[in-house]
Design a protein around this ligand. Structure first.
Ligand code: PMV
Length: 330
């Protein structure tokens, strides 16, 4: 018995930062589902004797760290998937994007994992869920594996409300916001030196946590209005404020975490200057790392790419992505 899915990564516009058990977010978040940055995963289920066994291959190589992470996660959901307890799972996975490129591989891989498990579950039970229920369940199980992965199973834009067990699709937007591009300027390819689990826990005793959670909910409302009304200027204000807030929270936590590099700040200043002089709709956002994501509507993509390739980030690494339609069953 086998299932194969591709599932994308996503980039948050309103950032999830801070959670409580069991992996419930302390503020709402919203993200763009990416198109080109995907994980392809195949899970083959073989019947084994009274135990769970996981054989995990990442890009055709065994990876003990991921294998253990997945094994531990699967053990937490055996009540819902009892067949796991007599299964040997051979999991083969590959990404279309480079490791540590500023694109969240846990979002794409953990959503792919949830999708494959559910497809196998459907086959074992000989019962198909409706599409809506299937993707809701996928979002639920992806969340338990990696919070932000719950947003990856929906097309275009996903909303994960505060303290919710799953994300939903967010569609009430002007068509302008269905054509967004995301060009990622790679400042540093090194793996980040703080895991997101450690990052979330820094919020527990953070002096600004209450105001942060209020601010995030206000920002969500502002962003939803801006997107509904097709207002790129207000969209930019909120998205950049969110990106800088995420890093401000890291800078002011104990211990303090500094993930931005001097070049990240230089890029931000140059982008703002260029936007002001040329009046081009382009907004930056930043994930938990130093790389800068540039978001812009498709109709300016020629101008923006030319500026990136010839001037701003000439000769340096850029990954071009755009909004996508979510997971695909192969
Ligand atoms: O899903 P996690 O636990 O890897 O946390 C993701 C946190 C951020 O990427 C910084 C923000 C987000 O909402 O994706």
């Amino acid at each position: 018995m086998k299932a194969t899915w591709t599932s994308p990564s996503n980039i948050a516009l309103i950032k999830y930062w801070g959670k409580k058990i069991p992996q419930l977010p302390l503020n709402s978040s919203i993200s763009l589902t990416l198109k080109n940055s995907v994980t392809k995963m195949t899970i083959e289920r073989l019947i084994s004797k009274d135990e769970l066994e996981v054989n995990f291959l990442f890009e055709n190589r065994e990876n003990a760290k991921f294998s253990k992470k997945i094994y531990d996660y699967l053990l937490t959901i055996t009540n819902d998937f009892p067949w796991l307890m007599n299964s040997k799972l051979v999991i083969k996975t590959e990404n279309t994007f480079p490791h540590s490129s500023g694109i969240a591989s846990s979002a794409s891989s953990m959503s792919a994992l949830a999708l494959c498990l559910l497809s196998i579950d459907e086959e074992i039970r000989d019962q198909k869920f409706s599409n809506e229920i299937f993707f809701d369940k996928a979002s639920y199980y992806a969340r338990l594996a990696s919070g932000s992965a719950c947003r990856s199973v929906f097309p275009a834009i996903a909303l994960w409300k505060k303290e919710s067990e799953l994300a939903t699709s967010f569609t009430d937007v002007d068509p302008l916001f269905l054509t967004l591009r995301d060009s990622i300027l790679i400042v540093d390819e090194k793996e980040k030196d703080v895991s997101s689990r450690a990052g979330h826990s820094l919020m527990e005793n953070h002096p600004y946590k209450n105001s942060r959670y209020l601010d995030a909910e206000n920002n969500l409302e502002k962003l939803k209005n801006a997107m509904r009304e097709g207002d790129f200027t207000r969209f930019t204000e909120v998205v950049e404020h969110e990106a800088l807030s995420l890093h401000a929270l890291m800078l002011t936590s104990t211990p303090s975490v500094i993930l931005l590099k001097p070049e990240s700040l230089e890029l931000i200043l140059k982008i703002r200057e260029w936007r002001k002089t040329k009046n081009i709709p382009v907004a930056f956002t930043i994930d938990a790392g130093p790389n800068i994501h540039l978001l812009y509507p498709e109709y300016v993509s020629h101008t923006v790419k030319e500026y990136l390739d010839k001037t701003l980030w000439s000769g340096k690494k850029i990954i071009h992505d755009e909004m996508g339609q979510g997971p695909v069953k192969l």
